[in-house]
Design a protein around this ligand. Structure first.
Ligand SMILES: [Zn+2]
Length: 305
């Protein structure tokens, strides 16, 4: 392939059609974390659910369901945003990022269970490609379940600490990163690195809002800097609570969890006295704005054809 052909191919990948999400006003809910189980009937039920709440979901899609979801999303561009659920250690990872992007997917995730720490330089080419495409990255952070205790597994929560996202968001300032589960139980670390990194957000899905249900005021000590003016807090920018975004973590087709998680978020935010304006950003505004930012032109930084 000649240089011109390669450049043209790269341009076409970068300029691939984006989902028609930008049309119309902002929805009431943007769910940053919803796993597709591969069942086409689940997709139908999901869209009906999202219609009923005026919601949009980031649909986390394993590569084997790429074609199914690619065909389905354009029928519901106001409800679904595709995310490619890739493994950082997949030898085909870069190619998969290209394929998901070309199919109109807007992000990657939920990235989980890496063989190296998330911030390992071996993964940087993947992050660099995602940055060129303007993709959002959703990383699992903190404690993770053990699906099959009788099988040996090369998985460690230590490689998924929320602090491992710090180097990524600093090195790739144009990427928006969402850490899932607020680093459970490393909440303080998760919030502190989000405080100084404008391109980092967290969802609070998972067991945390169940564990803390009798002590929701606890989260005031985690998101402590709203309204605080000091040389040690970021100037301007959103309030502390707006480092949170909504995520349901629906998986295995259990759509009932969507309402339950929504209820827990509302209870916690109300218990902490979070303003309606901030709550509107948590439930949809922040991610809606990010989704509708001008498409990036895709600088080919660091890549030589
Ligand atoms: Zn997770």
């Amino acid at each position: 392939m000649g240089k011109t052909t390669i450049l043209l191919a790269l341009f076409l990948l970068v300029a691939a059609p984006r989902a028609g999400i930008a049309q119309g006003g902002s929805p009431k809910i943007v769910d940053a974390h919803l796993h597709h189980n591969g069942d086409p009937t689940f997709l139908e039920k999901l869209v009906a659910k999202l219609d009923s709440v005026d919601g949009v979901a980031f649909l986390l899609t394993p590569p084997k369901f790429l074609e199914q979801v690619r065909a389905f999303i354009p029928q519901h561009p106001r409800r679904l945003v595709g995310f490619g659920d890739i493994s950082l250690d997949d030898p085909q990872a870069l190619e998969l990022v290209d394929r998901f992007h070309a199919a109109g997917f807007r992000g990657l995730g939920e990235i989980t269970s890496p063989l190296k720490n998330y911030d390992d330089r071996g993964y940087w080419p993947i992050y660099e490609r995602a940055e060129q495409y303007g993709m959002i990255l959703l990383f699992h952070t903190g404690i993770v379940n053990r699906e099959n205790p009788t099988m040996p597994a090369d998985i460690s929560v230590d490689r998924m600490r929320p602090t491992t996202l710090d180097a990524i968001v600093r090195r790739f300032p144009k990427i928006t990163v969402i850490g899932a589960h607020l680093g459970n139980p490393d909440y303080a670390w998760a919030a502190e690195i989000a405080r100084w990194n404008p391109n980092l957000f967290f969802d609070l899905s998972g067991s945390s809002l169940i564990k803390k249900q009798n002590d929701y005021a606890f989260f005031k000590s985690i998101f402590w800097w709203s309204g605080v003016v000091s040389p040690h807090t970021p100037k301007g920018g959103a309030g502390a609570w707006e480092k949170l975004v909504f995520g349901s973590d629906v998986f295995d087709g259990e759509l009932e969890e969507f309402d339950r998680e929504l209820g827990r978020y509302h209870n916690m935010l109300d218990a902490c006295g979070v303003s309606p304006e901030a709550q509107a950003n948590i439930f949809s505004g922040t991610l809606w704005r990010i989704l509708n930012q001008k498409p990036r032109t895709g600088t080919m930084r660091g890549r030589k054809a």
